[in-house]
Design a binder for this molecule. Structure first.
Ligand code: DGL
Length: 255
């Protein structure tokens, strides 16, 4: 079990923001990343479609020998992780909008969440929001990031269209006086430089990817599945879309 890879997947390139954090804190582990870029975005799909698409990827990663699966996608976690956990015995790590740390850091008591339509409309997200609104006495304002996943998939992070979308969405959240903005989609950390330039210090951004990597490490420790062998880890990148696009994107990542 120890030398088997960590399986990681997303609707596309976004989950690489989680993969990067896993590689940083688990350098001895092999990884297999699957980007479903041909079916991206998931955020405007129904829960049933998201379950079908993600189940196919999970089967594929299990067939290829994954020892644990990281669902590096908020949209899939919210829509499908309960189903996946109920149907497969392999351990899953999921990612959800990081409202909890935002409640600890906020000084205005107002927190923004930028996420996909599917995530924000889900009952699960509404329950999380109600929990923190009641227990932490904060207000949570939401904004759907229409077009942002596509901007990252097309590597158009600096295009005038993308900057205009970000100005609109972040402007809407800042108008509510939020001082913490939760990145509720794993594609969005790849837009951080552009977002920080727009917000200019009026709010901080919260990316849950490092916490997901820590949770992955903790689970591997709990099962005693950490790779202890001296063989070098391998990293496989697969996509239902364009392999060259995926590899070029990865080459540009900072480790
Ligand atoms: N990276 C996915 C997430 O975290 C994007 C979903 C999509 O494909 O719309 O939600």
């Amino acid at each position: 079990m120890h030398t088997q890879p960590i399986g990681i997947f997303d609707s596309g390139l976004g989950g690489l923001s989680v993969w990067q954090e896993i590689r940083k804190i688990l350098p001895a582990e092999s990884t297999m990343y699957y980007a479903d870029s041909a079916n991206c975005p998931y955020g405007t799909r129904s829960k049933a479609e998201i379950i079908t698409l993600s189940e196919n990827i999970v089967k594929h990663l299990i067939d290829k020998g994954a020892k644990i699966i990281v669902v590096a996608c908020n949209t899939v976690t919210i829509a499908a992780i309960d189903y996946l956990r109920a149907h497969y015995t392999i351990p899953f790590v999921g990612i959800e909008p990081a409202i909890k740390p935002a409640t600890l850091y906020t000084r205005t008591g107002k927190v923004g969440v930028l996420a996909t339509q599917s995530t924000l409309n889900s009952d699960k997200f509404q329950d999380i929001r109600a929990y923190y609104t009641t227990n932490s006495k904060i207000e949570v304002f939401t904004q759907v990031g229409y077009g942002l996943v596509e901007a990252v998939e097309n590597q158009a992070m600096d295009s005038p269209e993308t900057i205009a979308l970000l100005q609109e969405y972040l402007g809407n959240l800042l108008a509510y006086k939020v001082d913490q903005i939760v990145l509720g989609c794993t594609h969005y950390p790849f837009l951080l430089p552009q977002m920080e330039a727009i917000v200019g210090g009026q709010a901080s951004f919260l990316n849950p990817a490092p916490a997901v990597a820590r949770q992955t490490k903790a689970l591997l420790e709990k099962y005693a599945w950490l790779n202890q062998s001296s063989t070098l880890p391998t990293h496989t990148l697969e996509t239902s879309g364009n392999q060259a696009v995926l590899e070029t994107f990865v080459e540009g990542l900072f480790f």
